[in-house]
Ligand binder design. Structure first.
Ligand code: XUL
Ligand code: CO
Length: 441
């Protein structure tokens, strides 16, 4: 990076000023260097910036063209513009104090007229990224391939009825794995944007699911061949852009991975707004993944409760994120994953400071949620409630049920002898009040 050229000359490295600060360009809760349990908050939270929204998003929606223009954008999408944009991005990553970023291949480098040209463009920008990573100490959380924007993928990539599109997608993922490895990416994500269908009238569901599984096996095999050690992640989403996406939610993703013997190679990248689109809470998706030992990483955002689509807003809902954090911490954290802000500015948020406000809010929300969740867990009241609620399985015939040592016949004898089970309160209101005490004390 040319040391004296700044893309954000009026904005400093965002400082931590604490909850009392009224500086909108300061953190109130995220103190990157604060050490908690022998680890800095930066290392606990592993925040990541999504290149596609923050450096390729221009405020477009289906009803209108771009509203956001950045001074580093050239007139044409050339490799040199891509490199300049990347310099702006790395300055932003440093100023916002995020240790990671994530990208799709086509976010960082322009697609060429041929696949070979696209690969050359990517190589040129990746060399630049490698240099910038070295200079700044910023790491790649994950890479992925965009298998949904180009018209060739209109009927899917790995699930396309045309095998030549499958081949093209395979070549694209092969290259994306190469560059993710080259940049030290800690994970590789598959989001099946168009891996689904619009109508079953034109779709062979079984063949498409078989093809998707075969594609993922090929990726696993290729990763082994090149020595890529990063974690593979599936990012479920129920629909949008397809009517039905095959990896609808975490539960269907687990079933898919187990059916095709892929489960030992994959974990889940869970996105808040995808969870709610599937009719679940964010915490539900985290608990389902954690229960299978497959919690991998988080795409941090939130939806709008009145809109039924993927609005990808910056996370500001402390309660939702605290509940998620409780489940994440109980599961032992997210390992090589991180909290990636798959969030975009609202269409009228056109100022460069808005990009900072969005991320500051998201980081502070997660930092606050992290602190509250830790307090809740350390005081143990919610946990104790759960321990007590299931304690009848800790001894006697309850324990024998869990140990699979008892069957219907033995249980019938017990039930015939015993009195009617005494109803026990679920205490939901008490628990909700307790949670509020932690959230608003
Ligand atoms: C789309 C989405 C993607 C993935 C990466 O809803 O979340 O940006 O995160 O392909
Ligand atoms: Co996402």
């Amino acid at each position: 990076m040319k040391k004296n050229k700044s893309f954000f000359p009026k904005i400093p490295v965002i400082p931590y000023e604490g909850p009392g600060s009224d500086n909108p360009l300061a953190f109130k809760h995220y103190n990157p260097d604060e050490v908690i349990d022998g680890k800095s908050m930066k290392d606990h939270l592993r925040f990541s910036i999504a290149y596609w929204h923050s450096f390729r998003g221009a405020g477009t929606d289906p009803f209108g063209s771009a509203t956001i223009s950045r001074k580093w954008e050239g007139n044409s999408d050339l490799v040199s513009t891509a490199k300049t944009r990347m310099e702006a991005a790395f300055e932003f990553f440093q100023k916002i104090q995020a240790p990671f970023y994530c990208f799709h291949d086509r976010d960082i480098a322009p697609e060429g007229k041929t696949l070979a040209q696209s690969n050359r463009n990517l190589d040129a920008v990746v060399a630049h990224a490698k240099q910038l990573q070295k200079e700044t100490g910023i790491h790649l959380l994950w890479g992925t391939a965009n298998l949904f924007s180009n018209p060739r993928y209109m009927c899917g990539a790995a699930t396309n009825p045309d095998a030549s599109v499958f081949a093209y997608a395979a070549a694209q993922v092969k290259k994306a794995l190469d560059v993710t490895k080259k940049l030290g990416g800690e994970n590789y994500v598959f989001w099946g944007g168009r891996e689904g269908y619009e109508t079953l009238l034109n779709t062979n569901l079984k063949r498409e699911m078989d093809h998707l599984a075969q594609f993922l096996h090929m990726a696993v095999d290729y990763a082994k061949q090149i020595g890529f050690k990063g974690q593979f992640l599936i990012e479920p989403k129920p629909q949008e852009p397809t009517k039905h996406q095959y990896d609808f939610d975490v539960a269907s993703g687990i079933a898919f991975l187990r059916t095709y013997k892929l489960d030992k190679y994959f974990k889940f990248n869970i996105e808040t707004n995808h969870a709610t689109l599937a009719g679940h809470t964010f915490q539900h998706e985290i608990e389902v993944a954690a229960s299978a030992g497959m919690l991998g990483s988080i795409d941090a955002n939130q939806g709008d409760e009145l809109l039924g689509w993927d609005t990808d807003q910056f996370p500001t809902d402390v309660k939702t994120m605290t509940l998620a954090m409780i489940s994440i911490l109980k599961a032992g954290g997210i390992g090589t994953g991180g909290f990636n802000f798959d969030a975009k500015l609202r269409r009228p948020s056109i100022g460069i400071e808005d990009l900072f406000y969005g991320h500051i809010g998201g980081m502070d929300t997660y930092a606050l949620a992290f602190k509250i969740a830790r307090k809740i867990l350390s005081e143990g009241k919610l946990d104790q409630f759960l321990v007590d609620r299931y304690s009848s399985y800790d001894n006697g015939f309850g324990k024998e049920i869990e140990k699979k040592k008892i069957g219907f016949k033995e249980l019938e004898k017990i039930a015939l002898k015993a009195r009617e089970p005494k109803p026990i309160s679920g205490r939901q209101e008490y628990l909700e009040n307790l949670l509020n005490q932690y959230l608003y004390d």
